[in-house]
Design a binder for this molecule. Structure first.
Ligand SMILES: C[S@@+](CC[C@H](N)C(=O)[O-])C[C@H]1O[C@@H](n2cnc3c(N)ncnc32)[C@H](O)[C@@H]1O
Length: 274
């Protein structure tokens, strides 16, 4: 039998020294013990079963070694939704919420078909559906395992969406009004990618082989060029405005870049010129 409070204090100190979020230590305790821990931490003033202690210690060690807490507790939050995440999906990022905001400001609750392309956990499609129940949302991802997570998240949040496994829009012949996408856009040799992201996040969700990181956008634009749609919204890398502007010169699209809260060009909207 081992005392929990000692363990908590020890790992909180280590987390502080490593500039890690100490709240995550509590999240891991709550996850393993399956209880809520109050401010006084009375719940920790007791002994626990040795096997639970070993599990806690193992997970705390992973966290100290930079495994994102979301992959430990399998919980992430996006646009007010609680989502399940595992190693097969990217942890939804705050920046992506700004893309959802853009869509919602252009298209308040209307009866339209919406595609979340490269949907991963389903965070974009699900948050759009949550805000606008009239939207008919389809999530498309190439990864069967990611789609399983999106399906789980749809059930978890009681939201009715379609989930399809497909390679981008290849042979996808259904009509849609708007498309939203946060595709992979990082050059696989990029040195700026943190050790933790490279180690724990799925590479299929992040990396592409071309240096400018625009190969997937090109494939999507080629497909959109053949279709009728109202608007398409993309998350982009902070240094991709220029290569994407050059790429867009090859298409008859109207386009607009938008900066995120950190004043970086992180979003793109395209519309077809009539
Ligand atoms: C950057 S993640 C975005 C996930 C989620 N939309 C988000 O914002 O957190 C990119 C996703 O694209 C998927 N993907 C990669 N290549 C794809 C392809 N050719 N067709 C469809 N999905 C693809 C990956 O499986 C991954 O889930």
């Amino acid at each position: 039998m081992s005392n929990l409070l000692n363990l908590y204090n020890k790992y909180t100190q280590i987390a502080k020294r490593s500039s890690l979020n100490t709240r995550s230590i509590l999240d891991i305790f709550e996850y393993v013990l399956d209880i809520k821990i109050g401010i006084l931490k009375d719940e920790l003033k007791r002994d626990i079963n040795f096997f639970k202690y070993l599990k806690l210690k193992y997970l705390l060690d992973r966290f100290i070694n930079e495994k994102p807490v979301e992959y430990i507790t399998h919980k992430a939050y996006f646009y007010g939704l609680e989502l399940y995440v595992n190693k097969n999906v990217l942890i939804p990022e705050d920046e992506t919420e700004e893309l959802v905001n853009w869509v919602l400001s252009d298209f308040p609750n209307q009866k339209i078909n919406v595609i979340d392309l490269c949907s991963g956990s389903g965070c974009i499609g699900l948050s759009l559906k949550k805000k606008c129940d009239k939207f008919n949302v389809t999530c498309i991802d190439i990864s069967k395992k990611a789609n399983r997570v999106a399906k789980y998240n749809a059930n978890l949040n009681n939201l009715d969406i379609n989930i399809i496994q497909n390679d981008l829009l290849e042979n996808y012949d259904k009509d849609f009004d708007i498309l939203v996408s946060n595709p992979p856009y990082i050059y696989y040799k990029d040195n700026d990618v943190s050790k933790s992201v490279r180690k724990y996040e799925p590479s299929i969700a992040l990396f592409v082989k071309d240096k400018e990181g625009i190969s997937i956008y090109k494939r999507i634009f080629d497909e959109l060029d053949k279709k009728h749609f109202k608007a398409a919204y993309f998350e982009i890398g902070y240094n991709q405005k220029e290569p994407l502007t050059n790429l867009l010169a090859n298409y008859k699209f109207k386009f607009e870049f938008r900066k995120d809260i950190n004043n970086k060009d992180r979003m793109l909207k395209i519309e077809k010129l009539l």
